[in-house]
Design a protein around this ligand. Structure first.
Ligand SMILES: Nc1ncnc2c1ncn2[C@@H]1O[C@H](COP(=O)(O)OP(=O)(O)OP(=O)(O)O)[C@@H](O)[C@H]1O
Ligand SMILES: [Mg+2]
Length: 292
């Protein structure tokens, strides 16, 4: 286990633990990407939700995926995690082709997307909620999580993320008793319990401004340890957190790069012009918090 007891040696965050990786990748392309997406296409009838999307996430990088409503962000995330099968294109994770792998197999390889959708079992305790994630990491789809939770070793393993996330005192509380943001924190815990190398999700979706601060701080604290592909509408959060931003419009990537270049990209500004996101991108009140 790592010093904080969260990320075990099985996935030592090999590259991700080194901050320099992202810069090295951007500058000299010296280290291979952890996630490589090439030409991903998903059609819903006549609608092309993702239209040849390519992007790369480096080890340890916080990569934000942004774009207007209906741009294809959720559809892309669902393809990356194995929830939706692409019609064309490839997804390479840690050097292996995972394009057609099921969600379970993605998780077993260290690609966790569980913060995208709420999947807490509200009438179960916090620890019982975590047990299947621990189980999933071992490659099994065993669903008898109460039994799993009763196994001491697995239960202890499930507790480690809770300590880190600051909800260890609620381990026996029902998930339904947690606040909205605590439930989101627990969802991140579910993902972390699978010992991911890449977290994929929309953790701040539906969370109020005050509560999202806690989640931003939590995600920031995971920097260096795990790569994160963050689907996010909140530009404050994006510009505070992201090492790299990919902008999707109508299923197509219009820009990808560090926050400073995204903010000045004419196509991005055009895509967001006239709304709040545009003001953030152009350097509105909250912009620029973290891209220095
Ligand atoms: N299961 C589906 N069947 C048909 N159309 C779909 C389906 N899922 C998504 N779409 C359509 O695909 C397009 C992309 O949707 P998607 O939800 O991926 O966008 P998004 O960028 O996540 O949007 P938002 O910012 O609103 O969350 C939209 O036009 C949407 O209506
Ligand atoms: Mg969406």
């Amino acid at each position: 286990m790592s010093a904080d007891g969260l990320l075990p040696s099985a996935h030592p965050g090999p590259q991700g633990a080194r901050r320099g990786t992202v810069d090295a990748e951007r500058g000299g392309r010296s280290e291979p990407a952890l996630l490589q997406v090439a030409g991903l296409v998903k059609r819903f009838g006549a609608l092309v939700a993702t239209d040849g999307v390519s992007l790369q996430v480096s080890p340890g990088e916080i990569h934000a995926l942004i774009g207007p409503t209906g741009a294809g962000k959720t559809t892309l995330a669902a393809q990356l995690s194995g929830h939706l099968r692409p019609d064309a294109g490839r997804v390479i994770f840690a050097g292996a082709d995972v394009t057609t792998l099921s969600t379970h197999r993605c998780v077993a390889r260290g690609l966790a997307r569980s913060i995208l959708i709420t999947r807490l079992f509200k009438s179960f305790s916090v620890r019982e909620n975590l047990a299947p994630s621990v189980q999933a990491r071992s490659g099994s789809s065993l669903a008898f999580w109460r039994l799993v939770a009763a196994e001491t070793a697995l239960a202890e393993e499930a507790d480690a993320p809770l300590l880190r996330l600051g909800i260890a005192h609620q381990v026996d509380a029902l998930a339904s008793a947690l606040s909205h943001s605590e439930q989101r924190v627990l969802e991140i815990g579910l993902a972390l319990a699978t010992r991911p190398r890449l977290l994929l999700g929309e953790p701040m979706a539906g969370v109020g401004p005050g509560e999202s601060q806690r989640l931003v701080a939590l995600i920031d604290s995971l920097r260096h340890e795990v790569a994160i592909l963050l689907v996010e509408h909140d530009m404050d959060a994006v510009f505070r957190l992201a090492d790299c931003i990919t902008v999707l419009v109508n299923g197509t990537v219009v820009a990808s790069g560090p926050p400073a270049s995204i903010r000045q990209d004419p196509q991005v500004i055009a895509a967001y012009l006239g709304d709040d996101l545009g003001s953030s991108l152009r350097g509105g009140p909250s912009a620029g918090a973290g891209d220095g």
